[in-house]
Design a protein around this ligand. Sequence first.
Ligand SMILES: [Zn+2]
Ligand SMILES: [Zn+2]
Length: 178
Amino acid sequence: MAKSRGIKPRGTLEERLLRHVEKTDCCWLWRGARTKPAGYGVIGRGAAKDGMGLVHRVALELKLGRRLREGAWACHRCPGLAPCCAEADNRLCVHPEHLYEGSAQSNREDTIARGRVVIGDHHGARNGQAKLDDARVREIKRRIALGQSDAVIAADFEVVPATVWWIRKGVRWTHVQL
Ligand SMILES: [Zn+2]
Ligand SMILES: [Zn+2]
């Protein structure tokens, strides 16, 4: 198969990631592209078809040598002793030792993602969506109206993209008006 020229970015994913990192004695802070307005770092995973990844997630996957489990989160455990850690709370730290694969939410999120919950219930506080409330859903709807993608909104609100998709399609949280 002929290789397409000029599409694949230069360097390995790890090299490209580190190119935009400011290493302090503590955190490694991402200085590359970020989502707006939430400020998650993002990086192209490689070929165009692979899409964009959140940098702290990509950094953890490079450390683990595999993709994160479905529904798992890349969580931070920065030492919290230096100013960089406050900034890293803002999700920008990509130091491998400060990242771990979290699963506290994953079962519930996973359940929602697979659609095993009853979709007919319009009041989302039941059925495992308790961490969203009307105010947060209103904000999600506002962001949807602004044309932001499910993935970006989901990352900001720490829900799976399917949750945002359901709100977008008017399946869940229909009682919340913009
Ligand atoms: Zn850190
Ligand atoms: Zn730090």
